[in-house]
Design a protein around this ligand. Structure first.
Ligand code: ZN
Length: 170
């Protein structure tokens, strides 16, 4: 398995919509495993294919602190959501920034597993947030898009400053 490069804010690929995965090929399985490895290495709880430069509807999630509950979602979609709440979130493509975003606290999502079978999952809290956050990536959306304009501008300024000084992961 390989740790892949994670695309950061400003990269064009993060603003392009992903295509459906038509077949769970060997390459898709390999990519999913590399994405899990990359996510664990970066200490993240979710990673979507566009974040590693692939415009495919594929994401991996593991909200277990022990990193023992990986879930690979191919062509995922939220089919039900309720009870909107504010929860703090971050993104491996926007390292060191955390903001509260209003999302469904409970969701039901449908997806295809790496075994090719159709699956359904009911999620709550942090897991539900992760699913919505990762599916957003497939639709070219980032969590900071939900913030008011002035807050986004502050973050963009901070990113520029961090990039110049090569601070943290920037
Ligand atoms: Zn993200």
């Amino acid at each position: 398995m390989t740790v892949l490069n994670i695309e950061k804010y400003g990269s064009k690929v993060l603003r392009q919509k992903s295509q459906n995965v038509n077949e769970i090929s060997k390459d898709i399985k390999l990519l999913a495993n590399d994405m899990l490895e990359t996510m664990y290495f970066a200490k993240g709880v979710g990673l979507a294919a566009p974040q590693v430069g692939k415009l495919l509807r594929l994401c991996v999630i593991d909200v277990d602190e022990k990193q023992k509950s990986p879930i690979v979602m191919v062509n995922p979609e939220v089919v039900f959501g309720e009870d909107k709440k504010y929860l703090e979130e971050g993104c491996l493509s926007i390292p060191s920034f955390y903001e509260k975003v209003k999302r469904f606290d409970k969701v039901t999502a449908k997806y295809t597993g790496l075994d090719g079978n159709k699956k359904e999952v009911c999620a709550q809290g942090f897991f539900a947030v992760a699913i919505q956050h990762e599916i957003d990536h497939l639709d070219a959306k980032l969590f900071i898009d939900y913030l008011p304009g002035f807050k986004r501008k502050i973050i963009e300024k901070e990113i520029k400053r961090k990039r110049k000084r090569k601070m943290g992961d920037w």
